[in-house]
Write a protein that binds this ligand. Structure first.
Ligand code: IPE
Ligand code: IPE
Ligand code: MG
Length: 241
């Protein structure tokens, strides 16, 4: 009897907010407001569909290149919603986590983020990893820095110390207990990672949707999960059958 593979960890590169707004003659910031509504729809759908970990690419280390009249409203949305969505988190039993360089965020966003993480640490349902000021290369660089610091401390304490393994680096990534993503979805038709989970995506399946992110709904997530469930994943081994 065949069981359909389910994606335990889904990552989403939520792209196309700007184009969605521009098509309607609206400011790009309006696209981000609609994008937030889509994110809430998809978080709820993912939890209902049994996804255990959902990583949302919210703001990249490169997105600071954008104009102040776009970055400002994005930060304002984060400030307004990150912690204030506690009822939504509670209703859906969501545990909020963060990936990225928190120290590079404005202090008010840092404190809202820390508050959301603290408020939801006891919720036992789906874990939602918010990638904010996140870059895959930045994460690996920070991991290696932490690894060197830990190694130096150990060498000072006991002498010796050897080379670093893949596992050593993985242990110092932002959320080492979170399994690698099974499926990475990108909306708005672009076929690139844009620096999302470079280390963890070594064997992730990709799914690209043409729809702009603000137009996403439950059926789009279901279609992505359905596509995933039919794929063979040999992980470098010989394909069965
Ligand atoms: C994704 O939508 C949201 C962020 C990167 C913050 P975009 O704003 O990149 O939308 P497009 O790609 O310009 O349409
Ligand atoms: C990736 O989208 C970042 C997020 C979705 C937060 P971008 O729109 O920034 O990526 P590029 O610039 O098209 O590669
Ligand atoms: Mg984009």
């Amino acid at each position: 009897m065949m069981h359909k593979a389910t994606a335990a960890h889904v990552g989403i590169i939520m792209d196309g907010n700007g184009r969605w707004a521009q098509q309607r003659g609206l400011a790009r910031a309006q696209g981000h407001t609609e994008g937030l509504k889509a994110a809430k729809r998809i978080v709820k759908a993912a939890a209902d569909l049994g996804v255990q970990f959902l990583t949302l690419y919210v703001f990249s280390t490169e997105n600071w290149k954008r104009a102040a009249d776009e970055v400002g409203p994005i930060m304002a949305l984060l400030k307004q919603h990150l912690r204030a969505e506690l009822d939504f988190y509670r209703e859906n039993n969501l545990r909020i986590r963060h990936a990225g360089d928190a120290g590079g965020l404005p202090p008010d966003i840092q404190s809202e983020l820390a508050g959301a993480i603290e408020d939801t640490k006891g919720f036992s349902g789906m874990q939602v990893v918010l990638a904010i000021n996140y870059g895959g290369r930045n994460e690996i660089a920070r991991a290696v820095r932490r690894l060197f610091a830990a190694e130096a401390a150990q060498r000072a304490a006991q002498g010796g110390g050897g080379g670093f393994s893949e596992g050593d680096i993985a242990r110092f990534l932002d959320n080492p207990d979170v399994p690698d993503p099974d499926l990475i979805i990108r909306s708005a038709g672009e076929f690139r990672t844009s620096n999302f989970m470079l280390w963890q995506s070594a064997y992730s399946e990709y799914y690209v949707s043409q729809k702009f992110w603000p137009d996403w709904d439950r059926a789009d997530l279901e279609a992505a999960l359905e596509s995933f469930s039919g794929r063979a994943r040999p992980f470098g081994g010989a394909r069965a059958g």
